[in-house]
Structures are given as structure tokens and as C-alpha cells.
Write a protein that binds this ligand. Sequence first.
Ligand code: ZN
Length: 240
Amino acid sequence: MKVGLISDIHSNLHALEAVLEELDGCEEILCLGDVVGYGAYPNECVKMAKGVSKACVLGNHDAACVGLLSLGWFNPYAASAARWTMDRLDNGSLAYLRNIPRSTHSGIFFMTHGSPREPTTEYLREVSQARASFDLCDDRVILVGHTHVPLVFMERDDGPERIRPKDGEWISYRRRRVIYNPGGVGQPRDGDPRAAYAMIDTDEEKIGQFRVEYDVEAARDAIIDAGLPRMLGDRLTTGR
Ligand code: ZN
């Protein structure tokens, strides 16, 4: 079975549509949170993510936009976008986002936005954090988002190995436990403006990392036209 992995859509409908087209052959799609925040299409993205995802977890922006997390956590741009989003979420979007779990399982996959110990807020970037995550969970595959940068930690006898997966690279979880972050669909932050996503092949027990081009200019213009902070649109063009 093929399972699509998406995370950090951030109301970027153009990026989400491009990624879902690439994941068209997948039997299941798992969403690792931050469906909304930053972009101009919150309701459209919630509707689409809800429609396609077998499971979805709550991101920090999702939480803030439905009143479950203080805006004090956010920089001024993020806080301004969260307020803009709050004013526009319809009842269906609110109900969906308020009810998705902070962590969940789908088959053998443990899913959370940040990390097992801080599901909504921890940025899992360092080997020490990966070690703590492996210690906390028995799961073979831990799926996270939040940093908007594709990153893998593979459990080794001498501690977790940190791997930056390249476009098209597959990582096996057959013999080693892994923590996998597919990067951001709608706000990539690794210097590559293309939308990031991943695909799990459960028969081969491996996860592949991918990028796809989308209409970045249209997504940026929509942010500016909506009156959201211009910087949130401009950064889409650099992927920073
Ligand atoms: Zn995010």
C-alpha cells in the first residue's frame, strides 16, 4: 500500500492541490498538522485536507486559530495571520480543527505535529530530541511536522543518525526505527520553494521524499490581496 504524507499546508491551496495530484495513486493520506495559518485559503484547505486524510493531527497554528493555544507563542506575522484566519474560519472548519487529536496512530505509524513529548509545540531538530522521542515511544515509525524542513532520524546502536533526505530519496524502516518529517507543503523553509511531501510504501517498508512545483506567484498574490502580511507571501518565492 502507498500512503501519502502531508504536513504544514498553511492555507496554501495552490501547493496542496499540486501535492495531492502527485499523491493521486495513494490508498491513504496522513496529515501532520498546520492545515491553516499564513495563507489565504483556510476553509478550502481544511475542506480538502478533511476530505482526503485518513488521519490528521493538530498543529500549533490550527490550535491558535481555534482558540486552543495562546497567540503569545507566535511572532507578529504569524499572530496577525492567525487573527485573520480566526475571523474567517467557517463552522465546519472550526468543528473539524477543534476535534482533531494532538497525536494519534494510523496502523503502525505514530503521528504528531511537534514531538511525542510536546505534541503541538516542540521543533524536533536535534539528535538529543530524537533520542528522547525514541525513548518515549515504542512505535517503529514516528511521523512529525512543524519545522517545515524534511528530516529523518534513524535509530542506530550508538544513537540516532540525522539524515536530510533528498528529492527522490527513499529511507527504509525495515530494520531501524525512524522519525520522519516530510517538510512543508505550503511554507517550505529549507531554501527550496517547491512544495514538499513524502510517500510511504508499506510493502517495501520505506519512505520516499519528494518535491513538486506549484504556482508560487498565485499563492503569494492571494496572500497580499487578502491583506495578510506581505512577508508571508514573499517568503514563498524563496522557501525560507
Ligand atoms: Zn507549520
